[in-house]
Design a protein around this ligand. Sequence first.
Ligand code: GLU
Length: 456
Amino acid sequence: MTEVRVRFAPSPTGFFHIGSARTALFNWLYAKHTGGKFVLRIEDTDKERNTEEALQVLLEGMRWLGLDWDEGPEVGGKFGPYFQSERQAIYDAYLKILKDKDRVYEKDGALWFRLEGERYTEYDEFHKAEIEKVKNTPVVIEDAIRGRVERTEERDFVIVRSNGEPVFHFVNVVDDIAMGITHVIRGEDHLSNTSKHVELFKAFDAKVPVFAHIPLILKQSGPGKMSKRDKGALIEEYEQRSFMADAVRNYICLLGWNPKDDQEKMPIEMIIERFDFPGVNKGNARFDETKLSALNAEYIRDLTSEDFANYASPILASNGVDLASIDSSYLDKVFGLCQAKIKSLETLYEYVFYFFQDTYEFDAKGMQRIQKGVDPKLLLREVMPIFEHTEEYSKEELETEMQAVAEANERKIFAYFPVIRMATSGLTGGPDLLPMLSIMGRERVLPRLQSFFEKL
Ligand code: GLU
């Protein structure tokens, strides 16, 4: 059996759209699944838009998702160059092949590809029936995902523009032939081009690759496919928002593919093993940020504490937390508390900043609410002795003592929580209060309670 060779053939635009990432990912998965090769080919024929910067956005996004390529930019390979802008000599040679077969003619300065059947002139009565038959024979595409698709390509089409630039259909097919591509896995928006491509493959007497057109990704709500303006559309955005790359990749796998048992969180090795065309849906996929976030949270939860610290530390540092000055066991405890609770590393800093600083603003709405209820000074006066007399703030000890005070004053223990939380963090919500106080310890909690009492 011939080795599977697939390619991802992006035109760099300056963005790495989730739809492109999904196409790259499905190609990569298929190559890994079959033990084949994954080629990255840059379709950079549009000179205006193809900047070095645009290329880097793409390569960086692929690297972030862990999609390594066997051949292409930076790694090379024997079918190079891998930039269409550097392949003109190859296009010239292939153009000559078509010319020699009398499949090219000039009209209005452009070069046109002559469909089969067109070689006979319309008024050739003798061949009329034959012409009609050839012209009306549809191109049959046995799409590995969509099944049998038939299309009739009715008109000749331009392959080289009057300014000498070869057209997408031509270079795309030439490269697929020259690079020995066996499977073309791409977005469904290209399905309409496929009959042109098949006509070209045939004109070159080349083996037509297997086509697999993957469904569109629709935006979160409403009709229409996800555009680059929609939130969550760009891979670079996830990186900036500190999403876990493994989680994003896992989620993108599920956009249009699912294993028979509906399992969602899967290690990539398992996805590679299970991924194949029959599992790819024909219907469109819908982007769902809630599902992505839930998966991201699961990935965070499942990290080892060491890995979590490796992700979390730079995020805190970039927000100005001086990690070197913090006791490592304290840091471990804070990390342990938030790993179990946070949904995204994006909000890590706002979730934990008060563990590392003694001054902060007090949430205004929360303050209003506190002042409307039972006098916060009274509440603090009732519990303060506990915090003064206890040395080790264990969760159990704090709970027993506060429970006793609450009963003595005919209250629920929870009556004290909002004011204590506000005093020690400036917030109305966060991790469970008693474990939080226990981690912060007397040295942080007591002075904060005292100064808050003064403030009131
Ligand atoms: N450059 C084309 C694109 O970005 C490639 C299409 C294909 O995969 O054949 O959509």
